[in-house]
Write a protein that binds this ligand. Structure first.
Ligand SMILES: *Cc1c(COP(=O)(O)O)cnc(C)c1O
Length: 527
C-alpha cells in the first residue's frame, strides 16, 4: 500500500498495487460502485488553482515590512465544485444515525428529531452571544431555567448544574461537589476512597482519580449486578463515595440500589449515580427517591441531542440538598428584574466549588433537549423509556435462538451477549462484528463491559421499528449459524465490501498521524 511521508495510506487503491489483492480492488479505478476513492485534498488539484478570483488590488502599499509572508499559504488549489465534491464525499464516509440502526450499547445513539434542529436554529437562540447583557437574553435564560425544571422534576432532585459539557464532565462536576462537601466538613484528609463496580464505564474511575481519590473495585455477582455483601465489606469511614451506574453497564437494573445508598450514607459517604442510562427509566423511576446525591444526565443520550461525530454533548448534573450549595457557577436564578446569572463566587455563590466552563454550557443542546421534552410531554417521555426497554428485550429474545445472552432474564434498554456461542468456531467477537459491516449493519459495542468475555452490547433505542429490528436480528442470526457451521474463513476475511478492510486500529490509536506534511523535493522529483 502506498504511504505518504508519514506512513499513512492516502492514495487511491488503484495506485497501491503492491499489496492490494484483486478482491480489494475489483475495479480499474479503485472505486467501489459509487463509493469513490480519492487522495487527501492536499494531494489533489494544483497549488495555483483557485475557487475564487479576486481583483488585483490597486495601488497597494504593503506596510508589513519584514513581517510580510514570504510565499502564499499552502492551500490546496481546487475549484469550487471540486472542493464541494471532496467534502460531500467525506461526509458520506461517516456512518450516522440518520442512515440506519446504530446499535452501540452504552452510547444511546438516539434519533435526532428534525424539529429539535429547527428550534435550535431560531435566530433568538442561535444568534445571541454569551457576553450579551442578561436583560437582552431573557428568553434564552428562561429556556435554561425551564429545562432545569424538567430535569429536576424527572429526577426528583432539588438542584441541577447545567454547565457541564459531556457525561464525563458531569461526573467531574458531581465528584467535585462531593469533594467540596467533604472538604467543608473537614474530612479531606481521611475520606479518600471511592468504590466503583468492576463493570463501570471507564470515565467513573478516571473521574474519581482526577479528583484525587483512590478507586476500589466492587465485584459483580453472578447476575451482573453489584455484589451487596462484597460492597458492604468494603465500607468504612474513609469512603468518600460510591459511583454506581443504574441501569448498569450490563443493561440491568441495580435492584439493591436503595440498600447501596443507605449503606454508603451510614458511613458518611455520598452516592454518585452515573445517569448515562437514564433513557431506560425516565418517567418510571426517580433517582431522588433512590437516595442519589449527584447524577449527570447525558442530554445527548436521553434527550436526543446529537453526539458522536455529530455534535457536542451536554451533561447537566443534578444534586441533592447536601451538595447543592457547592454547585459550580454560573447558574440561573429568578431575580427582581427577571432571570439573572449568578457568577460571583465571593457573593451569592460563596460555597460554589468554582467554574467548569467559560459560559453557561451547550445552549444549542439545551434548546434541542427542551424541544424533545415539550414535544413528547411527560407521558411521551415515559413511553420512550418503555419502548427502549421493549425493543432491547425483543432483540435479546430473538438473538437468544442462536447467540448467548450474558445473563439470564430480561434486560433494560440494552441487550448484552457474550461469545460463548462462538466457542470452538475460530470466530471471535471482532470477526463477527466485521461480518456485520458486510451485511450493512454498524456493529454493536464490542468487548465492553470488560467483565463479560467477548461482550456484544446492543442498544436498539426506542425509535427502531419492529421491521427494522427484525432485519437486524435476521442478519445476526444468519451470521451466527454460519459461524457455527464452520465458515471461519468468511469471518476472518470480513469486511470484503467496505472501502477499507481490516485496519491497524492499535497503530491508529497509539501513533495517530494528524498532520499532513508535503512531500520533500526528492519525492516530487521521483514522481
Ligand atoms: C456515555 C457514558 C459516559 C460518558 O459520557 P460522555 O458524554 O461520553 O462523556 C459515562 N458513563 C456511562 C455509563 C456512559 O454510557
Amino acid at each position: 500500500m502506498a504511504m505518504n511521508s508519514v506512513g499513512r495510506p492516502t492514495r487511491s487503491q488503484k495506485s497501491q498495487p503492491e499489496t492490494t489483492t484483486a478482491a480489494e480492488t475489483p475495479t480499474h479505478t479503485g472505486h467501489r460502485a459509487l463509493q469513490l476513492e480519492e487522495p487527501l485534498i492536499f494531494e489533489q488539484g494544483n497549488p495555483q488553482g483557485t475557487g475564487v478570483d479576486f481583483e488585483e488590488a490597486k495601488g497597494l502599499m504593503p506596510r508589513l515590512g519584514g513581517l510580510a509572508a514570504g510565499h502564499a499559504p499552502d492551500l490546496p488549489g481546487l475549484s469550487e465544485p471540486e472542493a464541494m465534491r471532496h467534502f460531500v464525499r467525506l461526509s458520506q464516509k461517516n456512518y450516522a444515525i440518520d442512515m440506519g440502526i446504530f446499535p452501540l450499547g452504552s452510547c444511546t445513539m438516539k434519533h435526532n428529531p428534525r424539529l429539535n434542529e429547527k428550534m435550535a436554529r431560531l435566530p433568538g437562540f442561535s444568534d445571541i452571544h454569551p457576553l450579551q447583557p442578561a436583560s437582552t437574553v431573557q428568553g434564552a435564560l428562561e429556556l435554561i431555567d425551564r429545562l432545569a425544571g424538567w430535569l429536576k422534576e424527572l429526577t426528583a432532585m432539588p438542584a441541577v448544574a447545567m454547565s457541564p459539557k459531556a457525561g464525563a464532565h458531569g461526573e467531574l462536576c458531581g465528584m467535585m461537589a462531593i469533594k467540596a462537601a467533604i472538604v467543608a466538613k473537614g474530612e479531606a484528609a481521611t475520606r479518600t476512597r471511592v468504590l466503583a463496580p468492576e463493570s463501570a464505564h471507564g470515565t467513573n474511575p478516571a473521574t474519581a482519580a482526577q479528583c484525587g481519590f483512590t478507586v476500589d473495585d466492587i465485584p459483580a455477582d453472578e447476575t451482573g449486578r453489584v455484589d451487596l455483601e462484597a460492597f458492604r465489606a468494603k465500607l468504612g469511614p474513609d469512603v468518600a463515595a460510591i459511583m454506581v451506574t443504574n441501569p448498569n453497564t450490563c443493561g440491568l437494573f441495580e435492584r439493591d440500589i436503595r440498600a447501596l445508598a443507605d449503606a454508603v450514607h451510614e458511613v458518611g459517604g455520598y452516592f454518585y449515580c452515573d445517569g448515562a442510562n437514564f433513557n431506560a427509566i425516565m418517567g418510571k423511576a426517580r433517582p431522588g427517591d433512590l437516595g442519589v446525591d449527584a447524577m449527570h444526565i447525558n442530554l445527548h443520550k436521553t434527550f436526543s441531542t446529537p453526539h458522536g461525530g455529530g455534535g457536542p454533548g451536554s451533561g447537566p448534573t443534578v444534586l441533592s440538598d447536601a451538595l447543592a450549595p457547592f454547585a459550580p457557577v454560573p447558574f440561573v436564578q429568578h431575580g427582581e428584574n427577571g432571570f439573572e446569572l449568578v457568577e460571583d463566587v465571593d457573593g451569592d455563590a460563596k460555597d460554589a466549588f468554582g467554574r467548569m466552563v467559560a459560559f453557561h454550557g451547550q445552549m444549542g443542546m439545551f434548546v434541542r433537549a427542551l424541544t424533545y421534552m415539550l414535544s413528547h410531554g411527560a407521558d411521551g417521555l415515559r413511553q420512550a423509556a418503555e419502548d427502549a426497554v421493549l425493543n432491547a428485550n425483543y432483540v435479546l429474545k430473538r438473538l437468544s435462538a442462536e447467540m448467548t445472552p450474558a445473563f439470564p432474564g430480561t434486560c433494560m434498554h440494552e441487550a448484552l451477549l457474550d461469545d460463548r456461542f462462538l466457542k470452538d468456531t475460530g470466530v471471535g467477537t471482532l470477526d463477527f462484528a466485521k461480518a456485520m459491516i458486510d451485511e450493512g449493519f454498524h456493529p454493536m459495542t464490542m468487548y465492553f463491559p470488560l467483565v463479560v468475555s467477548g461482550a456484544m452490547l446492543i442498544e436498539p433505542t426506542e425509535t427502531e421499528s419492529k421491521q427494522g429490528l427484525d432485519q437486524f436480528c435476521d442478519a445476526l442470526l444468519a451470521l451466527a449459524k454460519e459461524a457455527k457451521a464452520g465458515q471461519t474463513e468468511k469471518f476472518k476475511a470480513a469486511p470484503i465490501y467496505a472501502p477499507r478492510r481490516r485496519l491497524d486500529e492499535t497503530g491508529a490509536a497509539r501513533k495517530p498521524v494528524l498532520r499532513w506534511t508535503p512531500p520533500g523535493p526528492e519525492a516530487i522529483a521521483a514522481e
